[in-house]
Each structure stands twice: as structure tokens, then as C-alpha cells.
Design a protein around this ligand. Structure first.
Ligand SMILES: Cc1cc2nc3c(=O)[nH]c(=O)nc-3n(C[C@H](O)[C@H](O)[C@H](O)COP(=O)(O)OP(=O)(O)OC[C@H]3O[C@@H](n4cnc5c(N)ncnc54)[C@H](O)[C@@H]3O)c2cc1C
Length: 453
């Protein structure tokens, strides 16, 4: 929706006054005795007064945020680093499909923010970030404001059900409650695990979001692991994957072989099956490839840049002026076009190349972007021009439980002669135990990279 500038200003001012009221305890109670003097909203309290050091504020403590915070302490020890994150503990989406079927335990996925921050020497504050005032270089949080010299936003994605339901809040909340996808670090993962464990039989449909979306190979991995779990426990289940794409991708041949060899009676993959309408109460979904009734479901709504990126005013526009739903940033430096000191990294980043569009939305990529931005900020802080870093991507997907076997995909990038990034993709379609062992090693090293001192 296109909001006129003055209207946006006044509504955001109104929001700020309400936030100030909530934080500062200003009385806004209707129906009380007439006040003696006109009410004046107090300014929001300061979360952390600024000292003599220049400050980097990092919004989001996921894969990108943890990495940039930790690396900044090494590349720019003279800067103060503060990471703001709503959750009290880090929860990894990578490896969470394996956790759903007990291949790894909870200790594997969760990590202490407090310990990571203490080891590396930055400050972690558990708080909800509510607004960013780019003119004042100020972040508003549930606990007060904090000023920055550099800002890094790694807030992940938001899942939008509006393209299916418009403003039908009952349908949206029923879908979120009953059929949520567990694609962001949240309690949805616990609900999904419970659903899989207690499923007694019948048809589960799983919709994939239209691309681009978070971790493209992971929905197929989830289907494989659920199928393996049902097979092992003799649950008479069918899983129907409704895929808006014309074919499985990435690692298409590898997944196709796995579906045929290991789960022929359980998994059905339906291509070109973008959702046209969904009735979550009557349990029927209509797609371009037909109508499907279901006993249970995992509905992956459309993925978009996180709310904070919208609040930042950093969403790109198409040639027709419509929002792209993703952040418009420099393809290699990840800063906003009008501000070299404000960066968006991780899954929120929009198209970066005419050849391949978006970088894969993966933890590996968010980690590489975090490392790169730590270097760029260090260089800027010393008055140097930043030198661009080429990143890479690597993802392993577990497809079999007996024995444990995985497939994988790797992406490399280089700068083409015309000044556009070019991508090379290498799929490893042959499932093997070796790739599963590499996956475990990859995860261990990544966590160490994000959380050590
Ligand atoms: C099932 C599944 C399997 C996956 N497997 C892999 C894999 O094998 N390999 C791989 O590389 N990637 C994998 N991924 C993808 C990976 O999880 C994401 O690409 C990665 O987490 C992106 O990092 P990010 O920093 O952009 O976002 P996130 O890691 O999601 O971090 C964003 C953080 O911002 C916080 N936040 C957001 N808004 C606010 C706010 N207003 N106030 C305070 N805090 C806020 C959130 O709480 C969150 O902690 C998988 C994803 C899923 C769902």
C-alpha cells in the first residue's frame, strides 16, 4: 500500500507517542477526573546512553546478527557493539528438520545469547525493536531508544498469509494456529514436532511458498524426514507437496530419486501447484494443479523481508512502483542506496543480480554477509574504502533415516565482465552417509563461528 508521506509521518508520530506513554507510564486513561493541565507525552527513555565510543547497533540475533556482532569485535575493537534480539535464547532453523524427528536433540539447536555476547565482548539486549528513525539515527525498542553510528539489520523474514486470505483475520489466525510452518525461530517448531509425533494417519498437505523463499531445499527435506518417521512408526500417512514451481529445485534429481526409491507410497510431489484458494476450516486447498482435501497440513505462506525492513523504508520497488517485498541494497556491500552506514543482511536481502536474482536465503549466506559487513564497517571506521568480498553458499539436506544419508548443493559467486554477480550451482544428488557427516561438521563450525570469542 502506498502511504502518503505526511500521513505516514503523523501515524508514526502517533505510534511513538503511544510507545512513549507505554514505556514512560504517561496517563492516557479515558473517563478519569478532568486533568489539571494538558497531557504531554514524555520522550521514550534511553535504553543505553552513548559514551565516547562510536556505536554499531545490530537488529536481530539470528545467523547474520550473531556473526556480524562477533566479527566486529575482532575487526573494529574500538567500536561499541550492541545486539538487540527479541528472543531470550538462540534457536537454529538449520538442523531443526532433523530435530523434528529426533535425529538431534534440543541442546543442538539452542545457544545462549548471554554467553556468546560475553565471550566476544559485545552487549546483547533482549528486547522487541519497534521503530527505526533514520533521520535521528535512533532505534526504538520496547525498553527505550538507542542511538547508532552504524546500523545492521538481520531480522530474517516474515510470513504473509494475506495473498491467500486478504484481511480475513479468522482464516489467518486459524491457519497460523493449526497449520503453521515453523519457518522462523519461534514456538511454532514445538507445535509442529507435537503434530508429527501425534499424527495417527491420513493425508498431510504441505504448500511451498512461491520463490524466493527461505532455504529452498528444506521443505523437501522436511517431507522426507516426516515420511521416514511415519514409515518407521508404521503410521499410514500420505504427504502431498504442493509446489508452485514446475519442478523440484534445487537438488531436483536427488530428491526425485529419494521420493521414488524410499517413499513411493507416502510422498506425492505436485508441480505447478500454486495456491489459488484455501479454506482452512473445511480443510480444502485449490491450486492451479487441482483441488486437495487434507486431514492435516503445513501451510507455508509467502515469505517477505522482515517487518523491520519495511519500517526502515528499505523495501525495493518494481519498475511499476510496486514493493518487491525485499530489501533494496548494494549487491556486495549490503548498504542502503542512500546510506552507506545502514546495512541489511541475511534473508531480507532482495535481488542482487540479473543472472540469478536473489542469493539463496540460507544461514550460510547470512553468516558470510555478517563477516563481510564486519569488515566493511571496520574499513569505514578507519576512513578506508571498503573492499568487496565474494560470498558462497553450502546446504546439506538429510533425506533418509535408515541409514542416515544426505544430499547437498553448493553455490559460488564471481563478478562477471559486465559488472554483475554470476552464480555457479553444483548439486550433489547422490545420497550418502558422508554428506550427512559433512552436514554435522558444517553446523558445528558455523555455530562456533557465530558464538565464540
Ligand atoms: C527448516 C529450515 C531448515 C533450514 N536449513 C538450513 C540449512 O541447512 N543451512 C542453511 O544455511 N540455512 C538453512 N535454513 C535457513 C536459515 O535458517 C536462514 O537463512 C537464516 O536463519 C537467515 O538468517 P537471518 O539472520 O537473516 O535471520 P534469522 O536467523 O531468522 O534471525 C533473525 C532474528 O531477528 C530477530 N528479530 C526479528 N524482528 C525483530 C524485532 N522486531 N525485534 C527484535 N528481534 C527481532 C528474530 O527473533 C531472529 O532471531 C533453514 C531454515 C529453515 C526454516
Amino acid at each position: 500500500m502506498n502511504v502518503p508521506h505526511d500521513m505516514h509521518e503523523s501515524s508514526s508520530n502517533r505510534r511513538r507517542i503511544l510507545q512513549a506513554a507505554a514505556a514512560g507510564g504517561v496517563a492516557l486513561v479515558a473517563g478519569c477526573a478532568a486533568p489539571q493541565a494538558p497531557m504531554v507525552a514524555k520522550a521514550a527513555p534511553e535504553l543505553m546512553p552513548k559514551g565516547s565510543k562510536r556505536r554499531v547497533v545490530v537488529l536481530g540475533g539470528g545467523w547474520g546478527g550473531l556473526t556480524v556482532s562477533r566479527y566486529l569485535r575482532q575487526t573494529a575493537p574500538d567500536l561499541e557493539v550492541v545486539m538487540l534480539e527479541r528472543n531470550p535464547i538462540f534457536w537454529s532453523c538449520p538442523l531443526s528438520n532433523k530435530w523434528l524427528v529426533d535425529v538431534v536433540d534440543t541442546q543442538f539447536l539452542v545457544h545462549s545469547y548471554t554467553d556468546a555476547a560475553r565471550r566476544a565482548g559485545y552487549t546483547y539486549v533482549q528486547t522487541e525493536v519497534t521503530e527505526v528513525d533514520r533521520d535521528k539515527r535512533r532505534v526504538h525498542t520496547a525498553q527505550g531508544t538507542i542511538d547508532y553510528d552504524w546500523l545492521v539489520v538481520s531480522a530474517g523474514i516474515r510470513v504473509s498469509y494475506e495473498p491467500w486470505f486478504g484481511n480475513d483475520r479468522a482464516a489467518i489466525s486459524h491457519t497460523v494456529r493449526q497449520y503453521s510452518s515453523a519457518y522462523v525461530p519461534s514456538a511454532e517448531h514445538l507445535a509442529l514436532k507435537q503434530k508429527i509425533k501425534s499424527f495417527k494417519g491420513g493425508t498431510i498437505v504441505m504448500t511451498l511458498p512461491p520463490p524466493p523463499h527461505r532455504c529452498p531445499p528444506s521443505p523437501y527435506e522436511r517431507a522426507c524426514l516426516m515420511a521416514a518417521h511415519f514409515q518407521r512408526n508404521k503410521v499410514p500417512a500420505k504427504i502431498i507437496i504442493l509446489d508452485p514451481k514446475p519442478r523440484i529445485a534445487p537438488i531436483g534429481p536427488g530428491y526425485k530419486q529419494v521420493f521414488e526409491d524410499l517413499y513411493p507410497d507416502i510422498i506425492t510431489h505436485v508441480p505447478n501447484a500454486g495456491v489459488q484458494s484455501l479454506d482452512p476450516f473445511a480443510r480444502v486447498v485449490k491450486t492451479a494443479a487441482g483441488e486437495f482435501r487434507f486431514d492435516d497440513a503445513i501451510f507455508m505462506g509467502h515469505h517477505q523481508a522482515a517487518d523491520l525492513v519495511w519500517k526502515l523504508g528499505a523495501i525495493g520497488r518494481t519498475a511499476e512502483g510496486k514493493p518487491t517485498n525485499w530489501a533494496a541494497v548494494h549487491p556486495q556491500f549490503y548498504n542502503l542506496k542512500d546510506d552507506p552506514q545502514v546495512f541489511v543482511i541475511g534473508d531480507s536481502v532482495g535481488a542482487v543480480s540479473p543472472q540469478f536474482g536473489h542469493y539463496p536465503k540460507s544461514g550460510h549466506v547470512a553468516n558470510r554477509m555478517g563477516r563481510s559487513v564486519a569488515q566493511y564497517i571496520a574499513q569505514q571506521s578507519k576512513g578506508q574504502a571498503p573492499t568487496p568480498v565474494l560470498i558462497d553458499n553450502l546446504c546439506y539436506m538429510l533425506v533418509n533415516l535408515d541409514p542416515l544419508e544426505a544430499i547437498s548443493v553448493q553455490f559460488d559467486y564471481k563478478m562477471g565482465p559486465e559488472g554483475h554477480l554470476l552464480q555457479t550451482q553444483i548439486d550433489d544428488n547422490d545420497r550418502s552417509r558422508k554428506l550427512w557427516e559433512e552436514d554435522l561438521r558444517w553446523y558445528g563450525l558455523a555455530v562456533q563461528d557465530m558464538t565464540s570469542g
